[in-house]
Design a protein around this ligand. Structure first.
Ligand code: NAD
Length: 335
């Protein structure tokens, strides 16, 4: 990491409880076998990293946090390992993740900054991953910035403009992406390229958009919004308010063919284009079950960030990254 970043870390004012009680169980390097194929496919992103990357996952008692923690352990101790402390909204009982006992501390107990400082010195090169709540995005980012801990922000919502502004101004390396599924991001980017290169190519075509998510998701998918923007630049004139949101289980099971076990965690999208006379049709679909695509992308983003933090950044060089940057480095672990 740029020493400039670390140098900005706030002085340690309060002493946190010791943060290494479980270190013997945490890493590196444990002999956990990587998931089949994962190591072979592990990205170019990883090659230059000299030591396994310590990854702290806040909050790994949440659904995404847990998926990321599992992916960190599965990726293999030669590439990364889980830091045995996590921050949550409140202190909780320790959690076992693949044999690593992780202590769960409250981000609100006043010691969170001291915890980060101590972890940073116990686990040099530590990368923080944040999957918390939209309401926590800006406060957590401020904490990471203040304590100079490079981070991957997967949490959606919050004040995104303020977030980007703050991180850019601090020059702390970070990856911020509301969509960590690299293949979905690649599709999104391809649609954007098509719109930029062939604006108006689908003028006159009628677009219909159907998206299905677990019933707890009330708003329209951010990915659908981005893709629709590209279709509109291609000439479709679609109002995102007309997207059909499927949230009821019978329709998800029947019409959408969502596997029953993924009713509580899926992201299905279908975009249909029909020519004015109905003689030509196009259909684009991306259907995601579960969370592993996001978790794998997040681990790749963390390894990418570790590499970026190890190489010196010159003034003016970008330190705020998104998943397109991760993709461009060639990182691709599939599942
Ligand atoms: P969840 O409700 O299962 O987990 C959130 C966790 O955050 C909870 O355990 C909660 O205790 C904890 N928490 C609350 N306040 C906190 C704070 N201030 N600091 C630390 N932890 C705190 O939610 P989830 O399904 O895991 O989703 C988390 C976020 O990730 C959401 O914003 C969701 O939209 C986003 N998400 C992003 C992607 C992506 O690709 N970027 C993919 C899926 C979900």
């Amino acid at each position: 990491m740029s020493s400039a970043c670390l140098a900005r870390a706030a002085p340690l004012k309060t002493r946190a409880r010791p943060v290494v009680p479980h270190r013997a169980r945490a890493g590196p390097p444990r002999s956990a076998a990587p998931r089949r194929g994962a190591r072979a496919m592990a990205s170019r992103v990883v090659c230059a990293a000299s030591a396994p990357v310590p990854i702290m996952v806040n909050d790994l008692t949440g659904k995404m946090g847990r998926a990321v923690a599992d992916a960190v352990v599965a990726r293999g101790a030669d590439q990364c390992f889980l830091v045995p402390v996590a921050l949550s909204g409140q202190a909780k009982d320790p959690v076992d993740v693949g044999g690593v006992e992780v202590e769960i501390r409250s981000v609100l107990d006043g010691d969170a900054g001291a915890t980060l400082d101590e972890l940073k010195s116990s686990y040099p090169g530590m990368i923080v991953v944040d999957y918390t709540l939209p309401a926590a995005v800006n406060a957590n980012a401020s904490l990471y910035v203040k304590h100079g801990t490079p981070f991957v922000m997967g949490t959606t919502g919050g004040d995104r403009e303020a977030l980007a502004e703050q991180v850019r101004a601090s020059r702390l390396p970070a990856v911020i992406a509301p969509q960590m599924g690299k293949q979905v991001v690649a599709f999104q980017a391809a649609m954007r390229l098509m719109a930029e290169n062939f604006p108006g190519a689908f003028t006159g075509y009628t677009l219909t958009v159907t998206e299905s998510h677990q019933s707890s998701k009330v708003d329209t998918s951010g990915t659908a919004k981005a893709i629709v923007q590209s279709f509109n630049d291609l000439g479709c004139g679609f109002d995102i308010e007309d997207a059909r949101l499927v949230r009821d289980e019978p329709t998800q099971l029947g019409e959408m063919r969502v596997p029953k076990e993924h009713l509580l965690g899926h992201a299905f999208h279908t975009y249909k284009l029909t020519s004015p006379d109905g003689s030509v049709g196009f259909e684009f679909q991306h259907n995601v079950c579960g969370r592993s695509i996001y978790a794998e992308g997040t681990v790749d983003a963390a390894l990418f960030l570790a590499q970026k933090t190890q190489s010196a950044t010159s003034p003016g060089e970008e330190t705020l990254f998104d998943m397109i940057d991760v993709l461009k480095e060639g990182g691709m672990v599939t599942n």
